[in-house]
Design a protein around this ligand. Structure first.
Ligand code: HEC
Length: 146
């Protein structure tokens, strides 16, 4: 016989855990919802002071971030990077972006991005998801670049 009381308790406990920690799996592998992407859009307002996110390829204070996931670090044509980024051989993965946005000076010491970082793992995950979504045409959230 199945003990329904115990099953019910286990399901309830799992649900409570999910409610208590909605971002418990914030490792880039978690499923991203359109609500997360919309949160990311809000967070991106901070980045937008210095970064464009559109197909133009045009850069402002910082390099254009359209398609940055999978792009080589410090190589967007037309932008004058610091030596630290320009000489890097790395590629921007979700994981590297997460580390960069957490503490830019720790990842590439001496770089010129005047930004101290996003403390919240959820904010970092969401803003990266937003950048990816816009770069892919905004299909998930309807937030595509114009
Ligand atoms: C006050 C201006 C400023 C803000 C705010 C800012 N950045 Fe930057 N960012 C820069 C500059 C300048 C660089 C180039 C740094 C260098 O060459 O060392 C840069 C570089 C980058 C790069 C490297 C891109 C490449 O082509 O290699 C990424 C990714 C990035 N920023 C993401 C972000 C995100 C996401 C945010 C918001 C959470 C943000 N930045 C906020 C100015 C800014």
């Amino acid at each position: 016989m199945v003990d329904h009381r115990r099953l019910g308790f286990a399901a309830g406990a799992a649900l409570a855990l999910m409610i208590a920690a909605p971002h418990a799996f914030a490792d880039g592998q978690a499923r991203i919802s359109s609500a997360d992407i919309l949160d990311g859009k809000e967070t991106f307002q901070i980045c937008a002071v210095c970064h464009r996110l559109d197909k133009s390829g045009a850069s402002t204070t910082g390099p254009n971030l359209y398609g940055v996931v999978g792009r080589k670090v410090g190589k967007l044509p037309g932008f004058r990077y610091s030596r630290q980024l320009a000489k890097s051989q790395a590629v921007w993965t979700v994981k590297l972006l997460d580390a960069w946005l957490r503490d830019p000076q720790k990842v590439f010491p001496g770089n010129r991005m005047p930004f101290t970082g996003l403390k919240s793992a959820a904010d970092r995950r969401d803003v990266i998801a937003y950048i990816e979504d816009v770069s892919n045409g905004g299909h998930t959230s309807g937030t595509g670049a114009h």
